[in-house]
Design a protein around this ligand. Structure first.
Ligand code: SF4
Length: 495
């Protein structure tokens, strides 16, 4: 960090908000233990595998030893068993729903110097900017009024220009935008945030402003690798400040936290165990596991030497295996795959347990309002692999029998955190989600879908409604009442 920036940016790290969570002065990423578990190269036999899969199917988090056994499976028949179980777990917990969102970059200033990132402070070729309230409104109008998104993941770098006050103000601005659509207004109903680690005090303020999920990715759980790619003289160079930000978030009352890893920095087997250790630790100490897990792969970016990381780049086959293992090991967690990945990979992992994805994505600052001008690669954090529109992606989901849910009701009804985890485990949340998925999908189809997408999606919707009639007869009249009102133009009705 330059001296000028340091002077303006108070060091946010509060050592006591790290120390209080340590066990005997050590963090929970016990590398010796993980390395010991990973030395086991034995593949389970069919009976042992079925016992592990039965545990996943009862929506229990697997142990590290069980997860390592899953990593060791190479036999095609056993892999097939795992694949079937992963999809079954996904259907049991999340039914045939997919949630969509869009990333929104509000600025590209950053004081950090992560070796793998196109926005690192040392990249002088980036034209840095941060969006004003008026520019943010235009972005949101394009997203909510033009495309029909209801959920955003808003991305902030770490810099005085986008400090906590800027973040709070921008979330308020995003929620305030009411864009004109065919039947009234389109708006963003859930703002998830991908931001730097904050103190408990700042996280309480984030909760108060209506934040959805708070995402912070550890990037790599391997201490030495972390130190190698995050220079020690930067804020991000502090491994433990980042590692314990979800502890602080949960303590601050933010129920939904999203953990993640950037695959390609270190051995993927170690990183999967790291994610699992993180999930187990949060559940053990704070009573709530991660709401979502993200697992982007390292992608080319301007001024990033990928050759430095070639040893650990994750190939497509391993990537698919990672998704399957995470689905089985942390069954209650939502799994997010983004448009970093290409169309085909996104198709493949859909069948392995993905629950959330983005579409119509643009990662340039201001790129939704003016895509031609502002989607320039030297201004981006990385390059996208799939640039299809939301309409195209939803059409494909419908062709495969998936219903796209724009539901944000759970969060607005208090079905979050531990409550939602319990509801997901016993299948109760699924009922509300199914009903609200039907209602919000009806709304989106009427307001934003192309005629072709509508034609393909209508039978999916009809099948869902019939399923409610048969399996939830008590709730069916209420659903039909709301559904009919939406068809007549009412909006944002939920159960
Ligand atoms: Fe900054 Fe994030 Fe890029 Fe690191 S990864 S340089 S923190 S924008």
């Amino acid at each position: 960090m330059s001296a000028a920036v340091t002077a303006k940016f108070k060091n946010p790290i509060k050592q006591d908000e790290i120390d209080k969570y340590l066990d005997n002065g050590k963090d929970f990423i016990n590398e010796d233990q993980m390395t010991f578990f990973l030395q086991n190269k034995r593949s389970p036999d069919l009976r042992e595998l079925k016992d592990i899969l039965a545990k996943s199917l009862s929506v229990q988090t697997l142990s590290p030893q069980e997860t390592v056994l899953l990593m060791n499976v190479r036999d095609p028949d056993l892999l097939d068993e795992m694949k079937k179980a992963a999809l079954e777990v996904k259907k049991k917990v999340y039914d045939n729903r997919i949630v969509t969102f869009a990333p929104l970059y509000l600025g590209n200033f950053c004081v950090n110097n992560c070796a793998y990132c196109g926005l690192k402070a040392d990249n002088q070729d980036v034209a840095r900017r941060v969006l004003s309230a008026e520019e943010i409104k235009k972005e949101v109008e394009a997203l909510a009024g033009g495309i029909g998104h209801k959920r955003l993941v808003v991305v902030y770098g770490e810099h005085p220009k986008n400090d906590i006050n800027y973040i709070l103000e921008t979330i308020r601005t995003i929620y305030s935008v009411q864009s004109k659509t065919k039947h009234g207004v389109g708006n963003i109903r859930r703002v998830n945030v991908n931001a730097p680690p904050f103190s408990i005090e700042d996280l309480v303020r984030l909760k108060e402003v209506g934040l959805g999920t708070y995402q912070v990715f550890q990037e790599t759980y391997h201490h030495a690798t972390y130190a190698r790619v995050h220079p020690a003289n930067t804020i991000k160079g502090n491994y433990a400040w980042r590692l314990y930000c979800m502890h602080r978030a949960l303590e601050a009352g933010i129920d939904d936290v999203g953990i993640g890893i950037l695959f390609g920095l270190y051995d993927w087997r170690f990183e999967v165990l790291g994610l699992l250790y993180h999930a187990i630790e949060l559940e053990k100490k704070l009573g709530i596991g991660p709401h979502t897990i993200s697992f982007p792969r390292l992608e080319p970016a301007h001024k990033v030497e990928l050759d430095h990381f070639s040893r650990y780049r994750v190939n497509d086959e391993d990537f698919k295996k990672i998704v399957m293992i995470l689905r089985l090991s942390v069954p209650h967690a939502g799994l997010i795959v983004t448009a970093r990945e290409n169309e085909q990979i996104r198709r493949d992992v859909l069948e392995l347990g993905i629950t959330q994805t983005d579409a119509s994505s643009r990662i340039g600052v201001g790129a939704y309002d003016s895509p031609e001008e502002k989607q320039k690669k030297e201004k981006q954090q990385f390059l996208l692999g799939d640039t299809r529109s939301l309409d195209e992606v939803i059409k494909e989901f419908a062709q495969k029998g998936y219903i796209t849910s724009f539901c944000t009701a759970g969060y607005r009804c208090g079905r979050t955190g531990k409550c939602i985890m319990d509801l997901l485990r016993d299948g109760t949340e699924g009922k509300f989600c199914k009903l609200n998925a039907i209602l919000t999908f009806r709304e989106w189809l009427d307001d934003f879908a192309s005629e072709e997408t509508k034609r393909i999606a209508e039978p999916v919707l009809a099948r869902e409604i019939e399923e409610v009639r048969q399996k939830m007869p008590k709730l069916f009249p209420k659903l039909i009442d709301y559904y009919t009102r939406i068809q007549k133009g009412e909006r944002d009705l939920y159960l």
